[in-house]
Design a protein around this ligand. Structure first.
Ligand code: SF4
Length: 289
């Protein structure tokens, strides 16, 4: 069971993100077949959704079907999908996965999954080597009408920064934690908003906290604000200390100056008295004569 605190926080996050980006509409029908979604998810590893979708479109345009893609040389595949990270590695992985389908089902097809309950479809996908939890979640969410939260890089990054999940969790564990936290009915909305937010506001290298609807609930933002307040406080303290020292120095100089002046005055006065005494005694001597 998720804790009450986590529950409250994810709901608040969802409400705030809906205010900022609007409520995403779930497509009425799956946008692509389970196999196309599987290939798209594999292409999307460490790559933005936009680039992975572009690569899939080019591959589909150049190959007759996924069976031809299965036997396409990695170099040719990589040329078509050069916009994704590690295209040669992905060519090898995708070919291996498609080969497993032929071995297990006799064809390069996953349409039969749409006829199975989600748990059975998941169990089938879990048997395939090189198909990770994120890819399975993506097929379930977008091609089978199920509910899941694929641990895309932006989903993991944003939820960790907000403080919804532990920063030390692997992507797979992060996905499991989020799926335990967010009820099935809200998973599509949660996932879609996290992806949008991660690509528009809370990017990998740039965080636009000032424009972020989550700045008041986000752990990273709070930590950053505390740090900057501490450093401003320290700077203020150092400036005050400096100003006090400067004032003290001015006071000391003034004191020294006035002491020197009074010393000079008393010396002058003494000299005047001595001169007066001397002239008095000289006068007395002259009158005696
Ligand atoms: S407040 Fe900043 S760090 Fe937190 S989610 Fe928003 S942009 Fe990301």
């Amino acid at each position: 069971m998720p804790s009450q605190r986590s529950n409250t926080t994810w709901q608040r996050v969802l409400t705030l993100l809906e205010k900022q980006h609007g409520r995403p509409e779930r497509p009425a029908a799956p946008p692509r077949s389970p196999l196309a979604q599987l290939v798209l998810a594999l292409l999307g590893d460490d790559t933005s959704e936009r680039k992975a979708a572009l690569a899939l479109r080019r591959l589909e345009a150049e190959c007759v079907d996924f069976n031809e893609l299965r036997v396409t040389r990695p170099r040719e595949f990589a040329e078509l999908a050069q916009m994704v990270a590690d295209p040669v590695g992905k060519a090898v992985t995708i070919s291996r996965v498609l080969n497993q389908l032929v071995e297990r089902t006799g064809s390069v097809d996953l349409d039969f999954l749409t006829q199975l309950p989600i748990t059975q479809a998941r169990a089938f996908l879990e048997q395939l080597d090189d198909v990770d939890a994120r890819t399975i979640a993506s097929v379930i969410l977008f091609a089978l009408g199920g509910n899941a939260i694929p641990a895309d890089a932006s989903v993991v990054r944003v939820t960790k920064r907000i403080g919804l999940i532990n920063r030390a969790l692997s992507a797979e564990r992060a996905q499991a934690a989020l799926e335990r936290m967010v009820p099935a009915a809200d998973r599509f909305t949660f996932y879609a908003l996290m992806v949008t937010h991660g690509e528009a506001v809370c990017l990998v290298k740039v965080t636009r906290c000032e424009d972020c609807a989550l700045k008041k609930v986000c752990e990273s933002s709070r930590v950053r604000a505390k740090r900057s307040a501490r450093s401003t406080g320290a700077k203020k303290k150092a400036t005050t200390k400096k100003a006090k020292a400067a004032k003290k120095a001015v006071r000391k100089t003034a004191k020294n100056k006035s002491a020197a002046a009074s010393k000079k005055r008393s010396k002058k006065a003494k000299k005047k008295v001595t001169t007066k005494k001397k002239s008095g005694s000289a006068a007395r001597k002259r009158s005696k004569k």
